[in-house]
Design a binder for this molecule. Structure first.
Ligand SMILES: Cc1cc2nc3c(=O)[nH]c(=O)nc-3n(C[C@H](O)[C@H](O)[C@H](O)COP(=O)(O)OP(=O)(O)OC[C@H]3O[C@@H](n4cnc5c(N)ncnc54)[C@H](O)[C@@H]3O)c2cc1C
Length: 464
């Protein structure tokens, strides 16, 4: 039977798989990348804004920073993607569950406020901050209060800090970060996730050092394409979904695609999310703890709708483009314009349970619901024109993603399986992907770091 041979086969051409491939080839080994979809980039996906404007919109990952996200920033710089600093000026809106809307200055949060709600929010913030400070970054299950935190959900944790608004605020955090409700996830998992992103202030910030500081003029997918271009020609097989990985007695692994193509390699690097491991048949089966890991992680609901406009009407009206809503379907929005390209857009994030409910409607109904909410909020300040284009990206309906941005763990998973299970190779099968990173898990920086770590494992073994 015909097959293609390489030292290493990588499953998945997202940032983690591509970074691993670049490092392995740079070390002098042959390496092929098998990607299920017809493009590279995984959850980096950049699309043309409109037929009228030159710019792009990022339908997947969108922000980086130039300080604590050093690994993705090196690539951002190297591939000359073009930094657009997130606009953080103007008036923002908050919409209550009943649809009533109030305005406030950009991201002032609770500072300067002394009402009961602000005080409770500060209590929640400090409880999270303290738990993050005292937890262990690499092995959260060894932290002093790990057992306690891993038996509770994040909703329960925040409720302890504030019985009145704890669960509500907890879900604002988990939906925005991971597209899930706070009762779905372990408190220990979320505390560790926040710690891996340098704490609650950094991970929620749109300003210098924050997770939402810089966007890419050419789009984040340009980084993935930059990595792909560094590989020797013919290294990437697009539209090649892997269905099985079998260990053969001769020290080789046989990797089969759904179309029946066969690849053989000494090492395999799996770069797909843990919650997708079940889509590949491993022979022999993965060890029990690796299987349990796959079964007990899930991806959140994280959709984006970008509204592209002819003019920056909200700039003229002194608005930031930011709204946060407890009513939905949109949970929050950000200005995603690129002034240099005359690209004017506001991107709406539709996440967690509000997103799951919205997803049941037809495309036309979904767009109508978004526009109705958007108009009702922004028209409290100014006339809102019709968008010239609407881009909708629903990650949970993409068969090789099934959700975004990164798998989450419910209570009891970290303390029973431990965190090393994420990274531990099985024979010569190695596991990368953003959630396996110690730093910035769930983010592009984490994906790149995990690819570097996976490549190092393979190179050391091949040289040894
Ligand atoms: C809407 C959204 C917003 C985000 N915002 C940000 C942000 O602002 N900043 C940030 O840093 N991060 C953000 N992220 C997260 C970031 O995109 C991810 O952390 C990162 O891109 C993950 O890379 P990865 O290589 O680990 O996984 P992926 O990108 O998921 O790559 C895995 C690849 O494997 C492929 N694959 C799956 N199954 C198979 C199979 N059987 N055979 C072959 N190939 C397969 C997939 O098609 C995919 O290409 C966001 C993500 C989303 C979706």
């Amino acid at each position: 039977m015909n097959y293609t041979m390489a030292d290493v086969v990588i499953v998945g051409a997202g940032l983690s798989g591509l970074q691993a491939a670049v490092n392995i080839q740079a070390a002098g080994f042959t390496c092929l990348v098998l990607e299920a979809t017809d493009r590279v980039g995984g959850k980096t996906l950049s699309i043309k804004s409109s037929s009228k404007q030159a710019g792009i919109n990022d339908a997947g990952a969108m922000w980086v920073n130039d300080s604590n996200q050093s690994e993705i920033w090196k690539l951002f710089d190297k591939f000359n993607v073009g930094a657009v600093v997130q606009r953080t000026t103007g008036t923002s809106f908050r919409q209550a569950e009943d649809g009533s809307t109030i305005s406030h200055p950009y991201h002032k949060g609770t500072s300067g406020r002394d009402d009961d709600r602000a005080n409770e929010m500060r209590r929640i913030y400090w409880a999270i901050h303290e738990a993050v400070e005292t937890s262990d970054l690499e092995h959260p299950e060894t932290s002093a209060d790990a057992q306690k935190l891993d038996t509770m959900t994040f909703a329960g944790f925040c409720q302890e800090a504030s019985p009145n608004i704890g669960t509500e605020i907890a879900s604002v955090v988990t939906a925005a970060l991971l597209g899930v409700e706070a009762h779905e996830v372990s408190a220990l998992f979320i505390v560790n996730y926040i710690k891996s992103g340098y704490g609650i202030r950094v991970i929620t910030s749109d300003e210098k050092d924050g997770a939402q500081y810089i966007r890419a003029r050419r789009g984040m997918q340009a980084i993935s394409e930059g990595l792909a271009n560094e590989l020797t020609q013919g290294s990437i097989y697009l539209s090649t979904a892997v269905e099985s990985i079998q260990e053969k007695g001769d020290g080789l692994y046989e990797v089969r695609s759904t179309a029946g193509m066969i690849f053989k390699a000494k090492h395999v690097v799996v770069s797909i999310p843990t919650s997708l491991y079940h889509t590949i048949q491993f022979t022999p089966p993965l060890p029990e703890n690796k299987q349990k890991l796959g079964e007990s992680t899930a991806l959140g609901y994280y959709s984006k709708v970008a509204l592209v406009f002819e003019e920056p009407w909200w700039h003229t009206a002194g608005l930031s483009g930011v709204m946060t809503s407890y009513k939905g379907p949109v949970s929050f929005s950000r200005d995603t314009s690129v002034p240099e390209d005359d690209q004017w857009s506001i991107t709406c994030f539709i996440v967690g349970d509000m997103g799951r409910a919205w997803n049941k409607y037809s495309k036309a109904e979904r767009q109508e619901a978004v526009l109705e909410q958007f108009n009702s909020v922004f028209s409290t300040a100014t006339a809102v024109p019709k968008p010239i284009t609407i881009h909708e990206q629903i990650w949970s309906e993409e068969p090789y993603f099934l959700g975004a941005p990164s798998p989450v763990m419910g209570p009891g998973v970290l303390t029973s399986l431990g965190s090393d299970v994420l990274r531990k190779p099985v024979g010569n099968i190695h596991f990368v992907g953003t959630e396996t990173s110690v730093v910035w898990k769930g983010y592009m920086d984490g994906a790149v770091r995990s690819g570097q770590r996976g490549a190092e494992e393979v190179i050391t073994s091949l040289r040894g």
